[in-house]
Ligand binder design. Structure first.
Ligand SMILES: Nc1ncnc2c1ncn2[C@@H]1O[C@H](COP(=O)(O)OP(=O)(O)O)[C@@H](O)[C@H]1O
Ligand SMILES: [Mg+2]
Length: 372
C-alpha cells in the first residue's frame, strides 16, 4: 500500500481536484465554491455537468498518464465523485505526489460487488446470501445455494439497476425450463463475472450518509428512506420510519465500514430493513450519494459541503436536520416538471445542466421541505 503524502489542510483559494464530472461533481463544486475553494474537474466527457461550475476542467481519459500528472500538480487534494475511477489512475496520481481522499482502498472494495460483500461480511455485518458466478455452471450451483428468487448482478460497473437481472419461479416458467431461464439470465449480464444474491424480502430500504474527517472524527446524517422504481432511486425521505434499534444497527455498520477503510470523506451505505427490524447492507458508495441530496436543503451542512470539508482536512460540520424532507429524482423527461416546481412553496429545485433528457437519465431533483 502506498503511504499517504503528509495530510494537506487546504486554505480558502486552494483547489480540490475531482475525478468525474457528473451531477455529483457539480454539486461538490458548488459546495466547494461556497467555502472559497476552487475545483478542477477531470473527466473524459466533454461539456460534463460539473465543468460548467468549476474553475478548471481537464477533458482526458483515466489512463492518460500525462494528463493525470499535470492534474496532480495543479490541485491541492484529489477526490472522486464516481466509484468506477480506475484504481490505476489513483496510483498514478499518488505516485505524482497527490493525496487522494477517500483513497484507493475504498475504490477497490466498492468497485466489485463480490469483494464488497466479502468485505462487509468480514466486519461482522450482514449482507444477502451470495455466490460468485464466473460461468453457467457456477450460476446453476449458486441458485441451488441461495435459492429463488435471486438477483444476478455484474460484479463491476453496474448502476441504477443496470447490469442486473432477476431469477424468479415465474421467469423459469416463462422460459419453459430451468436451464433456459438460467442461460437467458447469464446472457442478460453479458456473461460477465457476476454475483448471485438471494432476493431480500425487505420491508423498506434506508441509507446512512456518513462522513469521516482526515483526523478520524465521524458524523452521520439521520437515516433516509428510499424508494426505487426499475432499479433507479425515485424518492428519498427523512426521517426514515425505523425503530431506534434499527437505526443503531445501521449506524454501527456505517461506522465500522468508515474505520475499516481508514476513510476520509462522505460515504453512502444502502441497507435493506427486514420485517423484524434487522438490517442487511446492500451496497456502499464511496462518495456523496443520491439519497443524501436532501441534506442540501434540510441540513445546515450538506453532504457535499461535508465531503469537501473532509477532503480539505477541515473539521466536519453539524449534520443535524432542521426540516423533514422528501427528495424526488427528475428522471428523463420528468425534468419538464421544473416549470411547475419553480412555483411551489418549500420546494428546492436542482437541475444538472444535462442536454438530452434520455429515458432513465437523472436530469435533476426537487427537495420538498415537509416540516420546518
Ligand atoms: N438482493 C436484493 N434483494 C432485494 N432487492 C434488491 C437486491 N439487490 C438489489 N435490489 C433492488 O434493486 C435496487 C438496485 O440494486 P443495487 O444493488 O443497489 O444496484 P445499483 O448499483 O444499481 O444501485 C436496490 O436498491 C433494491 O431495490
Ligand atoms: Mg444501489
Amino acid at each position: 500500500m502506498t503511504r499517504r503524502a503528509p495530510s494537506p489542510t487546504l486554505q480558502p483559494g486552494d483547489t480540490v481536484g475531482i475525478l468525474g464530472g457528473g451531477q455529483l461533481g457539480r454539486m461538490l463544486s458548488l459546495a466547494a465554491a461556497s467555502l472559497g475553494l476552487r475545483t478542477h474537474i477531470y473527466c473524459p466527457d466533454e461539456d460534463c455537468p460539473a465543468s460548467h461550475v468549476s474553475a478548471r476542467f481537464t477533458q482526458a481519459a483515466y489512463d492518460d498518464e500525462k494528463a493525470l500528472k499535470d492534474f496532480a500538480a495543479a490541485v491541492d487534494v484529489v477526490t472522486y465523485e464516481f466509484e468506477n475511477v480506475p484504481v490505476d489512475a489513483v496510483a498514478v496520481l499518488e505516485a505524482a505526489g497527490a493525496t487522494v481522499r477517500p483513497g484507493a482502498m475504498a475504490l477497490e472494495k466498492a468497485q466489485d460487488r463480490l469483494v464488497e460483500k466479502q468485505f462487509v461480511r468480514s466486519l461482522g455485518v450482514a449482507t444477502a446470501d451470495f455466490h460468485g458466478v464466473d460461468d453457467l455452471a457456477a450460476l446453476e450451483q449458486g441458485l441451488k445455494e441461495v435459492g429463488r428468487p435471486a438477483i444476478l448482478k455484474t460484479r463491476r460497473l453496474g448502476y441504477d439497476g443496470k447490469g442486473q437481472t432477476r431469477l424468479t419461479d415465474p421467469d423459469i416458467d416463462l422460459h419453459a425450463s430451468f436451464e433456459k431461464a438460467v442461460a437467458y439470465a447469464w446472457a442478460e449480464v453479458g456473461a460477465a463475472p457476476s454475483i448471485l444474491e438471494a432476493f431480500v424480502p425487505f420491508e423498506r430500504e434506508i441509507s446512512i450518509i456518513g462522513a469521516r474527517a482526515a483526523d478520524g472524527d465521524i458524523r452521520l446524517y439521520d437515516p433516509i428512506e428510499n424508494v426505487h422504481a426499475s432499479g433507479i432511486l425515485k424518492t428519498s425521505t427523512a426521517p426514515a420510519r425505523v425503530a431506534p434499534e434499527t437505526r443503531a444497527e445501521a449506524e454501527q455498520a456505517t461506522v465500522a465500514i468508515l474505520k475499516a477503510l481508514d476513510y476520509a470523506g462522505v460515504i453512502g451505505v444502502e441497507f435493506f430493513v427486514l420485517p423484524g427490524g434487522a438490517v442487511v447492507v446492500n451496497e456502499m458508495a464511496p462518495r456523496v450519494h443520491n439519497s443524501g441530496h436532501l441534506t442540501a436543503d434540510a441540513c445546515a451542512v450538506s453532504q457535499f459541503e461535508q465531503h469537501i470539508r473532509a477532503v480539505a482536512g477541515w473539521p466536519l460540520g453539524d449534520p443535524a436536520r432542521h426540516s423533514d424532507a422528501v427528495m424526488e429524482n427528475l428522471i428523463g423527461d420528468e425534468v419538464g416538471k421544473w416549470r411547475d416546481i419553480v412555483r411551489e412553496a418549500n420546494a428546492a429545485l436542482h437541475l444538472y445542466g444535462k442536454g438530452e433528457a434520455r429515458p432513465g437519465r437523472k436530469m435533476g431533483h426537487v427537495t420538498r421541505l415537509t416540516s420546518t
